[in-house]
Design a protein around this ligand. Structure first.
Ligand code: ATP
Ligand code: MG
Length: 567
């Protein structure tokens, strides 16, 4: 498998960010450099929205022969954890990207950030404020009304410096005071109304341990981290547009190198949630089987479901980057993996809801080895052997005792072709005392073997099947959308987003019948089960004794249909 072969990534189509970069290259704004970063906060697992940002940042760096850093924005010790750091690295690598030796942590800059905060104090641009949280909210004003200056705003530089050092030394309890930038309480941009830079919080940090009892705020840290790493184009989502003047203010006041921030619309997908807080709730309250539950929109969930990195990268490319928010249809993500697996996944046969067929004119105990094509899209994948025996299984749904109009599959007196085998005719339906069908007695026509000249005889349906004596049992898991509503975030009064969860999102079918060649498959292997969809060996629960397959996606393409309708 060439999972990490990045050269398969399609060329990044043109977009407004590239127009900006091209202009900057023309004017030599950053000495011809392109240096981006992906800056996750390690407070959860990455989701498909992050994948878009990863593909964008690493993709641009690659396209312009530049660099892309991986930086953990770890300024909030309460919510962050090494488990998340490790998972993020694994996910970025799996997507096929390499940050080489440029793995950074905002917490590595804590000393530098502290120094810079003192510099702001020395310039008279920061002050220690003792308003309570409530008071601070009142003083802050609203979108339409200006704020009011804090009564602590005019402290002397010396007093501020002394208090800030005491804050750092642990002389005050948590929350007793904060350090704030001194900007403009009447600014129409609320972010500029003397924002907090540092707060006191006695919390163990996953990297700096108990060294600090004060922590810098995200806004202060983020822009300075970008500056320290000499990032040229700092890409972020739209909600940070109003933070840009603040970032510029910090860097200009401190006389630091200044990257160009560019905002783009975040990815939204229907029938799921893309907020780490909400995903965490699904995990913590056991609505799902962990962050890697195959229904989760997390990268680890998609991986366990059976998605390929190529499919995710291709999806990110299809989505593109825009300046306006929109909601992408889940069908597009599914389209992307279907397309990739169509050309890469071997075919196999499995029967999920079996009914037995006895081929009465086929000798008992005999086994005929037939040949099946592994991938009609790729001749180099070759063929495999499948055993044909007197007793076989087909899907119960492929038989109807009294066929309705338009039902062309098996019914009494009717013929169908068995894939890669023969045409059979149903002669007799055997039932138990309750009237349930237990067996179908059929005869096969030895002159109709697939792949031979006699194959020309036409019947209306071809069915998948497995040999009853040669197949093996497996558990198969079928998935549907995790949420019932297109927008799970829209809830009625008194309800929560979890009330929109789809109770039928997971269907476990035990004792499915799989063709013998599948016995050799390994964790993570992907197949197309003919007529049923693409499936993957579950990496968490599958064992030799109890094989488990996840359905990645059905064969039905809803996305192209939507496209055609819109065109
Ligand atoms: P969440 O809302 O899920 O907590 P976040 O933005 O707080 O997401 P970060 O870890 O800060 O999570 O995100 C890292 C990077 O990924 C940021 O640059 C952010 O802009 C980007 N990102 C996060 N969510 C999306 C999304 N839905 N679409 C595109 N980019 C995203
Ligand atoms: Mg964030």
């Amino acid at each position: 498998m060439s999972e990490s072969n990045i050269s398969e990534t399609p060329k990044v189509a043109s977009n407004f960010i590239k127009v900006i970069i091209n202009d900057d290259l023309k004017t030599n704004k950053y000495d011809g450099r392109v240096h981006t970063r992906f800056p996750p906060e390690p407070n959860g697992y990455l989701h498909i929205g992050h994948a878009k940002s990863i593909c964008l940042n690493f993709g641009l760096a690659k396209e312009y022969a530049g660099l892309c850093n991986l930086r953990f924005d770890d300024t909030n010790p309460t919510k962050e954890d090494v488990e998340y750091v490790d998972s993020i690295k694994e996910d970025v690598r799996w997507l096929g990207f390499d940050w080489e030796d440029r793995e950074y942590f905002a917490s590595d800059y804590f000393d530098r950030l502290y120094e810079l905060a003192e510099q702001l104090i020395l310039k008279g641009k920061a002050f220690v404020c003792e308003l309570t949280q409530d008071q601070m909210r009142q003083y802050r004003g609203t979108l339409t009304e200006p704020g009011i200056n804090s009564p602590f705003r005019d402290r002397t530089i010396d007093e501020n410096l002394e208090l800030f050092r005491k804050m750092k030394n642990g002389d005050f309890p948590d929350g007793a005071m904060v350090l704030r930038a001194k900007i403009d309480m009447s600014s129409p941009n609320v972010n500029m109304r003397d924002p907090i830079i540092y707060r006191i919080r006695r919390d163990h940090h996953h990297r700096t341990g108990d060294k600090w009892c004060i922590y810098p705020m995200y806004d202060f840290t983020h822009c300075i981290s970008d500056s320290i790493e000499f990032i040229t184009h700092s890409l972020c989502t739209l909600e940070f547009e109003n933070n840009r003047p603040l970032y510029d203010w910090f860097l200009i006041e401190l006389g630091l190198y200044r990257p160009q921030q560019i905002e783009f619309a975040r990815l939204n997908l229907n029938f799921t949630v893309l907020s780490k807080r909400k995903l965490l709730k699904l995990v913590e309250d056991n609505f799902v089987d962990g962050w890697d539950d195959p229904r989760m929109p997390t990268i680890t969930g998609l991986r366990r479901r059976g998605y390929t990195p190529e499919a995710v990268r291709n999806f990110a490319e299809m989505v593109g980057v825009a300046k306006a928010d929109s909601i992408v249809d889940m069908g597009m993500l599914e389209f992307s993996v279907r397309k990739h697996l169509n050309s890469t996944a071997n075919r196999a046969m499995a029967v999920l809801n079996p009914v037995k067929i006895v081929i009465t004119n086929f000798p008992e105990g005999q086994k005929e080895i037939l040949e099946a094509v592994n991938n009609p899209e790729d001749e180099s994948k070759g063929v495999r052997n499948i055993p044909f025996t007197r007793e076989i299984f087909i899907e119960r749904e492929d038989f109807m005792e009294e066929p309705q109009k338009k039902f062309f599959r098996l019914s009494p007196g009717r013929e169908v072709r068995l894939r890669y085998a023969y045409i059979i005719m149903c002669n007799e339906v055997i039932k138990d005392e309750h009237g349930n069908i237990t067996e179908l007695h059929c005869t096969y026509d030895a002159e109709t073997k697939s792949g031979t000249s006699s194959e020309t005889r036409k019947v209306k349906a071809t069915l998948h099947w497995v040999s009853a004596s040669e197949c093996f049992d497996a558990e198969v898991r079928l998935y549907d959308n995790l949420f019932m509503k297109e927008n799970p975030n829209s809830v009625e009064d008194g309800k929560e987003f979890t009330d929109n969860l789809n109770p039928d999102s997971l269907k476990i079918i035990s004792n499915c019948k799989l063709e013998p060649s599948l016995r050799d498959s390994n964790s993570g292997d992907r197949f197309q089960f003919e007529r049923l969809g693409y499936f993957c060996v579950d990496s968490k629960h599958s064992t030799l004794d109890h094989p488990v397959f996840n359905r990645i996606v059905t064969l039905k393409d809803t996305w192209t249909k939507i496209q055609a309708k819109e065109a």
